[in-house]
Design a protein around this ligand. Structure first.
Ligand code: NAD
Length: 467
């Protein structure tokens, strides 16, 4: 049996961030994952490959829009093998970089399947046999996997986010089941590559839970880019026919339609099976998440859990912060996972990003808030990009004028939201944002102008404050 200070199970953003910080703080660390390299779902089959493909989609779409600016490109020739090779190279560069960082920090990386034997030891099944490790502390960062719909057939034509990212081919007709993050991002990729995309979402709007005014510009653009989007509709069943996959719709849209491929993107579920948790006191809740306290500690005082496996939002940057918090706690530092805002970004075109309190949440909770908006139609920078469809909004406490939430829809929203997160974390007021000089001409000015709009004095729009 080998022994280590810290064992980390799962080498995604939650796991590797924890492992690296622990090593930086002087701990002896073993990082275990099923994959030969660190990176997790985010790097290997999630955030990074999807963003590489979304970049391809963006270039294709912009080349079409360019005709309006006097530049006409021909129909793009898409070499799928090269698209895939480029995406894979992006992934390999990053996983290689992480492996190098682990090595330099003397983090021991073990490829294998970990299974607890008790709250202080585990076995790792590797290609070379079983290794037993005893540990002082452990971090469970096993992430999540795509949820499946019961009754859907096992078929190579049925894709999940992992197989869809392989872009084996560009189907003529693609059905996307679920209009959430993955459905909208991968739908955007396939639509740009040439598929006729149909999205089916069971809720009344795309990206349920996101403020409707932020989703509206995306829904409008989707009208021209996708074949169609059916709302308040469920795909009741899928069956394989000689022409492809036949989906049966129920709800607003009914009937049957045949598609060449179907992407199922109806959420993700935490991964805990096979971990041997029964040998500890840790018991997942009824949704499969591992319960943790504010320090990310499980019911075993020396075992922590972070990332998708502990609950929503299932976002890489949440996981990495939790991972670092857990390690700081182990190191005896006064740490807790208490973010004022966790940003969320949907990398569609336009992008949608938000942080902190949303307007919908304020309504549901009965909170009295002021909402100040700045339409991108009035932004000089947005005009130069030929993108007037965006909006920036602030959710503000009317008494203290503190910024409680920020929402942005438009190209680059994912980059712009970081200022909103900082404002919320630093307890900035609308006045702080108004008085902060933003560079001109940039989209970041829309944040400042939204703050000015709160006072009824935005330079670029005339919307006096109601008395
Ligand atoms: P999601 O929860 O974002 O969306 C799933 C959608 O499917 C929901 O809108 C839901 O109403 C709908 N749905 C569920 N069952 C359905 C049915 N039978 N028929 C029609 N619609 C149905 O889940 P996802 O898109 O699979 O993504 C999973 C998670 O991965 C997200 O919650 C997110 O945390 C993460 N993710 C994040 C990013 C990002 O940060 N940009 C990108 C991709 C994924």
């Amino acid at each position: 049996m080998t022994s280590t200070h810290l064992v980390v199970i799962g080498a995604g953003p939650g796991g590797y961030s924890a492992a690296f910080l622990a090593a930086d703080l002087g701990m002896q660390v073993t990082l275990i994952d099923l994959e030969p390299v660190p990176g997790g779902v985010c790097l290997l089959r999630g955030c990074i490959p999807s963003k590489a493909l979304l970049h391809v989609a963006k270039v294709i779409d912009e080349s079409k829009d360019a005709v309006n600016w006097g530049v006409t490109f021909g129909k793009p020739k898409i070499d799928l093998d090269r698209v895939r090779a480029w995406k894979n190279k992006v992934v390999e560069d990053h996983t290689g970089g992480l492996a190098g960082l682990a090595k330099r920090r003397k983090v021991r990386y073990v490829q294998g399947r970990a299974r607890f034997r008790s709250a202080h030891s585990l076995d790792v099944e590797t290609s070379g046999g079983t290794e037993s490790i005893s540990f002082t502390n452990a971090v469970i960062a096993t992430g999540s996997s795509p949820a499946r719909l019961p009754g859907f057939p096992e078929s190579p034509l049925l894709l999940d986010s992992t197989s869809a990212l392989e872009v084996e081919q560009v189907p003529k007709r693609l059905l996307v089941v679920g209009g959430g993050y993955i459905g909208m991002e991968l739908g955007t990729v396939y639509a740009a590559l040439g598929s006729a995309v149909t999205v089916v979402e069971m809720m009344p709007g795309l990206l349920p839970g996101v403020d409707p005014d932020l989703v509206r510009p995306l829904a409008k653009r989707v009208e021209s880019r996708f074949e169609t989007a059916h709302l308040e509709t469920k795909v009741a069943s899928i069956s394989e026919t000689k022409n492809g996959l036949e989906g049966t719709f129920e709800g607003e849209k009914t009937g049957e339609e045949t598609f060449d491929r179907v992407l199922v993107s109806v959420g993700r579920k935490p991964v805990t099976s096979g971990l041997g948790l029964e040998t500890t006191s840790i018991r997942p809740d009824d949704r499969g998440f591992i319960p943790v306290d504010g320090l990310r500690r499980t019911s075993e005082a020396n075992i922590f859990a972070v990332g998708d496996v502990v609950g929503e939002p299932m976002l890489a940057h949440k996981a990495s912060h939790e991972g670092r918090t857990a390690v700081e706690v182990m190191a005896g530092k006064p740490a807790a996972f208490e973010p004022a805002a966790i940003p969320a970004v949907v990398f569609t075109d336009p992008e949608i990003a938000w942080a902190g309190l949303t307007e919908s949440e304020a309504k549901t909770r009965g909170l009295s808030v002021s909402v100040a908006k700045f339409p991108w139609a009035a932004s000089g920078r947005a005009s130069t990009l030929d993108r007037h469809d965006g909006v920036t909004k602030l959710v503000i406490d009317p008494e203290t004028e503190r910024v409680l939430g920020v929402g942005i829809c438009g190209p680059g929203a994912g980059e712009l939201i970081a200022e909103g997160v900082l404002a919320i974390e630093m307890a900035a007021t609308a006045k702080d944002l108004e008085l902060t000089i933003h560079p001109h001409p940039t989209l970041s000015e829309t944040v400042m102008e939204a703050a000015m709009a709160f006072y009824g004095t935005a330079t670029s729009i005339y919307r006096p404050r109601r008395k």
